[in-house]
Design a protein around this ligand. Structure first.
Ligand code: SAH
Length: 255
């Protein structure tokens, strides 16, 4: 149930980008808001659907400033929506707002988190069904997480035979991060033939999905709008789809 008191903070994931990919609850939160705040890229995706709203865009790396603005505007009585792509709690702003909200006791009980479809799920659907068994997500961005921790998690994921979803596989500053991640996984014994997938700009103009093998993945150019999937030891390519079977024994077609 959506709360409608004044001075609400909605922290909403808007899904991968298309209007249809947004949940009804996220749409309602945006409708109920006086002010919508987010990265320029995300605001541009939704601005046209909410023409009568006030928008505030902030550049990357100004997260704290952005959260402070949300808390202060809500304290003044505005309904404010902070938008993230995908889900706001997956490498998003929900945690930071909650951490900072302890400084604003008047806002207690007025912060509502609205889930969205994260890139792991929208990307998996484009590729087929690569996440049908246990999986994990790892962000390759070392802006907020030390490199050693990222490497440890990659090794842990390989050891656990998880299907792996890599967020933030590259940026202008970190061109070789995907290659390094692939090298770590190969050094842990994953074969070069392991089926993988990459998806780009899900739900947005220029959407692409491609199935490749782990051995080829390292050589591919990816950007910050790309999400990478690495299958587990059971993952297969069926036709043009990436599929991780989950133990069903099919008698009819040996699928
Ligand atoms: N909160 C977002 C993730 C933010 S981190 C979510 O839940 O999806 C940013 C990373 O998410 C990008 O580098 C990319 O790996 C992934 N991502 C987000 N939106 C995407 C999209 N539309 N298409 C492909 N990847 C996307």
């Amino acid at each position: 149930m959506m709360e409608h008191t004044k001075g609400m903070i909605y922290i909403a994931g808007i899904g991968p980008g298309s209007k249809e990919g947004m949940t009804e609850a996220a749409r309602e939160a945006l409708e109920n808001s006086d002010l919508i705040i987010g990265y320029t890229t995300y605001i541009e995706l939704i601005r046209e659907y909410f023409p009568d709203k006030m928008f505030e865009t902030t550049p990357m790396r100004r997260e704290e400033e952005r959260c402070r603005m949300v808390l202060e505007e809500a304290e003044k009585g505005k309904n404010v929506c902070l938008v993230s792509s995908g889900d706001a709690g997956v490498y998003g702003m929900a945690g930071l707002v909650l951490q900072m909200s302890v400084e604003y006791p008047a806002l207690a009980g007025r912060i509502q988190i609205i889930p969205g479809v994260t890139a792991a799920l929208s990307g998996a659907a484009l590729l087929g069904s690569p996440l049908t068994n246990d999986f994990c997500t790892i962000s390759l961005s070392d802006l907020l997480t030390p490199k050693e921790e990222i490497e440890r998690r990659l090794k842990g994921a390989a050891l656990g035979d998880f299907a792996i979803v890599l967020y933030n596989p590259s940026s202008r500053r970190r061109r070789d991060y995907l290659k390094r991640a692939c090298d770590i996984l190969l050094s842990c014994g994953l074969p070069e033939s392991r089926p993988c997938g990459i998806v780009r700009s899900i739900g947005r103009e220029g959407q692409e999905a491609q199935i490749v093998r782990l051995g080829e993945l390292a050589g591919l150019e990816v950007d910050m709008f790309t999400t990478v999937f690495i299958g587990n030891s059971h993952t297969r390519i069926i036709g043009d789809r990436l599929v991780t079977p989950r133990g069903y024994r099919l008698t009819e077609n040996k699928g």
